[in-house]
Design a protein around this ligand. Structure first.
Ligand code: CA
Length: 234
């Protein structure tokens, strides 16, 4: 999964060897991490580290995971932190209790790391959409319109404002061919009277160059005498 933001995950787990293993696997998958081993420090870590997600062990010293989950869910400032409970109990009633308290998901020890990563990805994807972030994904290109950020295959792409607008226009209808006139109207707006049609080609050229990544094909298709389109399968 290509990540739009560098998601931060707080690992609240007092079993040192497990915490280290989780940490290693999350970093390997591109997450930023922090470990906290004591229930007393989980909320303060939420304030300073501001994680996107907490892996919250059910049994933590001083304040239990379930109690922390309850506290996190009753304070508005923690609203956008997703919670996955880690439980060793494996009993259905406890899982239900965890979810009722406001956890987004739970995972039972022992678990495999591919399963853990899959659950984290799913929870973060859900929360990203529920937060209503203005993100468009076409092929391996993702555009975050709120943050003016573009990623290709997880790599940050820097674009000028015109190229950004051009890309936004093209991804609105993947595979559809936009004529140069149409792009002029959409990107340069009503004041395009003095803009030459060739200007579109120049900026498409810059956009192409910016999106160029080794081993990846050009996502922009030129259709002779018709215009340009962005390829969904890029
Ligand atoms: Ca524990």
């Amino acid at each position: 999964m290509s990540k739009l933001t560098d998601y931060k995950i707080l690992i609240a787990e007092d079993e040192e060897s497990l915490a280290m293993l989780i940490d290693y696997n999350l970093i390997k998958n591109g997450y930023k991490t922090k470990i906290v081993k004591d229930g007393d420090f989980v909320l303060s870590e939420c304030d300073t580290f501001s994680p996107d997600l907490i892996l919250l062990d059910w049994m933590l010293p001083n304040i239990s995971g379930i109690e922390l989950c309850r506290r996190l869910r009753t304070q508005k400032k923690y609203n956008n932190i997703s919670i996955i409970m880690i439980t060793a109990l494996g009993e259905e009633s406890d899982k239900i209790r965890g979810l009722e308290t406001g956890a987004d998901d739970y995972i039972t020890k022992p678990f495999s790391f591919p399963e853990l990563i899959a659950r984290i990805d799913a929870v973060l994807r859900r929360s990203k959409f529920s937060k209503g972030q203005n993100i468009i994904e076409v092929g391996d290109i993702s555009i975050n319109r709120d943050e003016y950020r573009v990623l290709r295959d997880g790599i940050s792409i820097s674009l000028g404002p015109t190229e950004f607008k051009l890309l936004n226009c093209l991804v609105e209808h993947p595979n559809m061919v936009f004529s140069r006139e149409k792009l002029l109207d959409n990107v340069w707006g009503v004041d395009n009277i003095n803009v030459e049609i060739r200007t579109v080609d120049v900026h498409i050229g810059r956009l192409r160059k910016a999106l160029r990544i080794k081993g990846k094909k050009d996502p922009i298709r030129t259709i002779r005498s018709a215009g340009y389109s962005i390829d969904q399968s890029s």
